[in-house]
Design a protein around this ligand. Sequence first.
Ligand SMILES: NC(=O)c1ccc[n+]([C@@H]2O[C@H](COP(=O)([O-])OP(=O)(O)OC[C@H]3O[C@@H](n4cnc5c(N)ncnc54)[C@H](OP(=O)(O)O)[C@@H]3O)[C@@H](O)[C@H]2O)c1
Length: 157
Amino acid sequence: MFSIIAAIGKNNELGKANRLVFHIKDDMKHFREQTSGHKVVMGRKTWDSLPGKLSGRENIVISRHSFNGPDLIVNDVDQFIKDNIDTEEEIYIIGGGTIYQTFLPYAKHLYLTEVDASDPDADVFFPSFDKSSYSQTLIRKGTENGLEYSIIKYSKA
Ligand SMILES: NC(=O)c1ccc[n+]([C@@H]2O[C@H](COP(=O)([O-])OP(=O)(O)OC[C@H]3O[C@@H](n4cnc5c(N)ncnc54)[C@H](OP(=O)(O)O)[C@@H]3O)[C@@H](O)[C@H]2O)c1
């Protein structure tokens, strides 16, 4: 089973210049707690944006190329989806924009940190989706450095 986890702005902003748009410590904590001990799947650009491997997680990178560092590199994303969609384990899709777009139709849960702010310099966005096709659970709300956010779990019926 695939679960998406992302932090998005009012206009679905995800990133700018291959970095995150919003920096919220509580969101990082939520991300760490949610994904620890699980497989995390990311695009090669998101991998490049990290300081290194995410510890305590199996780091799987989608790329058309080969390189050292991740636990696994996946070249054939369609085959990866077929092989893993029916697993019991929750596999976390952690970005970026192209990878969210590819996995959105197959994700059972979306954990979205919705930040009540926008950034005109953003250059990568979360795909739009029909919220009415999901049930919603508020995990928590907060404010950090003047940024208001809600962490919401969307689940497909
Ligand atoms: N706000 C958040 O929660 C969040 C989370 C994660 C990332 N981000 C942000 O998102 C941005 C990066 O997103 P992005 O969309 O530019 O890049 P990305 O999705 O992280 O990576 C794109 C790369 O993934 C590989 N790829 C994608 N589709 C593929 C396919 N079908 N087959 C094989 N390889 C494939 C390609 O790698 P190769 O070029 O190596 O072939 C492609 O260049 C950054 O700004 C990052 O900070 C935000």
